[in-house]
Design a protein around this ligand. Structure first.
Ligand code: GLU
Length: 291
């Protein structure tokens, strides 16, 4: 058991699961079975403003309806905040964090500089304001209670990571089951936010800490998180965490080719289940699980 591969499905309870989540959970379960691995469910409820208990109950209900089973107790990120704080502190000790006092508006106005590239997910890159704020000034603004986020100094972080490893890369599963090494450039993301007042960790930080603590060996998730893997690998290297294998499966799209989203009512599993379809019938309508 202790040497078994460990897979996880890690939904955020910010809305109802849709068909795309069902597909992702089924692909993960399928690969876990094929590798005689364990299947874990992790509830990524760090966003206190959006996560809701009724969505968590609905996730259990939908996954059970799909025929999935998972180990208990279920890992809920909101119950493990101290682990993310420890990781954040380690990055702070390494001198890689800086407080940013800019409001979203200040950043947006600053970012109108046309020469700046966007991040891989299409948002303007952080323009570096506050990166070089003198430590004393930053400390007194924090002491006065000024709201701020904590950002990773990306150039410093990559430089430190490259002292520990020759290249920053991850291994991505291919259609034939082999793995390809993908070299990545986390610099493309700029100085990422790792903590904010209303959410003292970030998705990327919590994911790498939990994947390590839960012994996850295989990260299986949608293609929309392919580029985020570069930030996660960087954090794993900096925090001395093990490197899992990755598989980013294609996303399901709607009739117009748009990726499914939690706000689409007609593709939510709850709505689909209400039509009376069985899980077996639904599975027949999904793309094959091994691609
Ligand atoms: N919680 C993330 C989501 O629902 C997925 C995280 C992951 O699989 O790494 O999009």
């Amino acid at each position: 058991m202790s040497n078994s591969p460990v897979f996880r499905f890690a939904p955020s309870p910010n809305g109802e699961l849709h068909l795309g989540h069902a597909y992702s959970a089924l692909v993960t379960d399928h690969l876990a079975r094929a590798e005689r691995g364990r299947f874990l469910l992790r509830i990524e409820d760090v966003d206190g403003g959006r996560a809701r208990d009724e969505y968590i109950d609905q996730i259990y209900d939908d996954l059970t309806w799909l025929g999935l089973t998972w180990e208990t107790p279920v890992w809920k990120q909101s119950q493990h905040m101290e682990n993310y704080a420890k990781a954040l502190d380690k990055l702070k000790q390494l001198g890689l964090l800086f407080p940013c006092f800019a409001s979203r508006r200040e950043i947006a106005e600053h970012e109108l500089t046309p020469t700046m590239p966007d991040t891989p997910d299409g948002f303007p890159i952080y323009p570096g304001i506050y990166r070089d704020t003198p430590a004393k000034e930053a400390a007194s603004r924090i002491a006065e209670g000024e709201p701020h986020t904590l950002r990773l100094n990306m150039e410093k972080a990559v430089a430190l990571a490259l002292q520990k490893t020759d290249v920053i890369s991850f291994q991505e599963r291919q259609k034939d089951g082999s793995y390809q090494v993908i070299t990545v450039s986390p610099l493309d993301w700029g100085d990422m936010v790792l903590a904010r007042r209303e959410m003292p960790t970030s998705y990327n930080l919590a994911v790498v800490v939990d994947d390590a603590l839960q012994g996850v060996t295989h990260v299986t998730r949608g293609e929309d998180l392919y580029y985020a893997t570069s930030m996660q690998r960087l954090l794993q290297i900096l925090l001395d965490l093990p490197e899992p294998l990755y598989f980013h499966h294609p996303l399901l799209v709607d009739m117009t080719g748009r990726k499914l989203s939690k706000s689409d009512d007609e593709t939510s599993l709850k709505t689909i289940r209400a039509t009376g379809i069985s899980a077996a019938e639904l599975c027949l309508q999904l793309p094959p699980l091994i691609l």
